[in-house]
Ligand binder design. Structure first.
Ligand code: 6PG
Length: 260
């Protein structure tokens, strides 16, 4: 599929790719997953990929469950995780992993033992500790010691994964993943810590819709204040950072470019 693509260089804050609408975002996100799986296949290893919750991954999943996308993914060369999860059972409509399972993973040929949902049947701290163990062993087996691709969303309050404004998890530097109570939601969340996200080879934010335009402008053009705008904590140490956004979300960005 071909569409107009504008690339905006945001220096250390990443590269912004502006596509016309949310459908093009979902297509590009699906393409990124196909591409890491193909690369891993040529290297006879598995790519580690973290999915996010939110609306765009939902559409991406629908695409991946259908031809031609479904047949292009090297499913046996993927190892899937979630960058965050809600504290609900897998069969709850709020479950990020449950949603992905029902929406596409149950309809594609990925070996079940390569799909790693957070366990919400134990207590939250044990769940996070067990997830860290699973993450560590996957990264060791992978030989790269890091994620190939982490997909993230950005909330209109600036949160990403389940790193919410004002929470201590934004500054977690020891553990790769944590459980924490998020006061503004009055709910427990499980989330990757910044140290894990920032070690990835590639991080892609998916940000769509006019409702995100003000926050995207603040996060990319404004001063750095990670406690207020946790999305700003995402700065891969040596990996790539991309913002895949639609024209509506990009409307207030100060930088522009004319790359075609
Ligand atoms: C979650 C998320 C969260 C999400 C953003 C953006 O589980 O809630 O992982 O970080 O990605 O809230 O969601 P939308 O893309 O639906 O706006």
């Amino acid at each position: 599929m071909v569409w107009d693509l504008t690339t905006i260089d945001y220096g250390e804050r990443g590269t912004v790719l502006v596509v016309p609408g949310t459908e093009a975002m979902a297509v590009a996100a699906a393409q990124s997953l196909i591409s890491v799986s193909e690369t891993a296949a040529t290297q006879t290893r598995r790519a580690l990929v973290a999915l996010s919750g939110g609306s765009t991954p939902k559409r991406m999943g629908q695409l991946l469950a259908e031809a031609p996308y479904r047949d292009r993914v090297k499913w046996e060369h993927l190892e899937l995780f979630w960058g965050d999860e809600r504290w609900v059972p897998l069969d709850d409509p709020e479950s990020n992993a449950g949603e992905a399972k029902r929406g596409f993973l149950d309809h594609v040929p990925i070996p079940p033992d390569q799909v790693h949902a957070w366990d919400t049947t134990v207590d939250p701290e044990s769940s996070a500790a067990a997830y860290v163990d699973t993450l560590r062993s996957a990264m060791q087996q992978n030989n790269t010691g890091a994620f190939d691709l982490i997909l993230l969303g950005m909330g209109d309050d600036g949160h990403t994964a389940s790193l919410f404004p004002g929470t201590a998890a934004i500054h977690e530097s020891q553990r790769l993943a944590v459980s924490h109570e998020v006061p503004k939601l009055a709910a427990m969340r499980l989330t990757f810590a910044p140290v894990l996200i920032n070690a990835a080879a590639k991080v892609i934010f998916l940000v769509g819709g006019a409702g995100k335009a003000d926050m995207l402008h603040t996060v990319l053009d404004g001063p750095i204040d990670i406690d207020t705008y946790p999305s700003q904590v995402v700065r891969p140490a040596s990996g790539d950072l991309e913002w895949l956004v639609d024209a509506a979300a990009a409307a207030r960005l100060e930088r522009t470019t004319n790359h075609g």
